[in-house]
Design a protein around this ligand. Structure first.
Ligand code: DQA
Length: 146
């Protein structure tokens, strides 16, 4: 059966295209999702896209992956740096997860260098723009949801 991967985008990622283009580029979230969808077709996996600005909604979505999805690709946005609740949600569902960032969080402000999410993920991919997501999908499909 085709494997299903949740692609979860956190706060302010709905503003891509408008938001700080020098940092995040000019692509919109829809354009990123379209590129992911194209790659998913080639890799023969199904994607389920979700974006929210609210921590609780992100947690509800992660919890809903239990029993329905095979893996999670997540850009938690600023929640990356302090949301123990999102981290616990990822641990709770015991699914392979990959953390993604458009910008290189390690070469920006000090507070962005810390990810409380990374320890519960298989990998963190940061700084490649849209390609961070595409690489995460390739890795997820080839290594974790076979
Ligand atoms: C981000 C990096 C975070 O520090 C920031 O708060 C975001 C976007 C990224 O994709 O580069 O919202 O996750």
């Amino acid at each position: 059966m085709q494997k299903k991967i949740f692609v979860i985008h956190g706060p302010n990622l709905n503003m891509l295209g408008i938001r700080e283009p020098a940092v995040y580029g000019t692509m919109t979230l829809d354009e990123i999702n379209t590129s992911l969808q194209e790659l998913a077709g080639k890799l023969d996996v199904e994607l389920d896209f979700f974006q929210s600005n609210s921590e609780g909604a992100l947690i509800d979505k992660i919890q809903s992956a239990y029993g329905t999805a095979d893996g999670i690709i997540i850009n938690p946005g600023a929640y990356t740096h302090y949301s123990y609740a999102i981290r616990d949600a990822i641990s709770s569902v015991s699914l392979p997860a990959i953390e993604v960032h458009l910008s290189d969080i390690h070469s920006r402000e000090e507070f962005r260098r810390i990810s409380v999410i990374k320890p519960v993920c298989k990998a963190q991919i940061s700084g490649l723009g849209k390609d961070s997501y595409l690489l995460a999908l390739r890795e997820m499909a080839s290594k974790y949801v076979k």
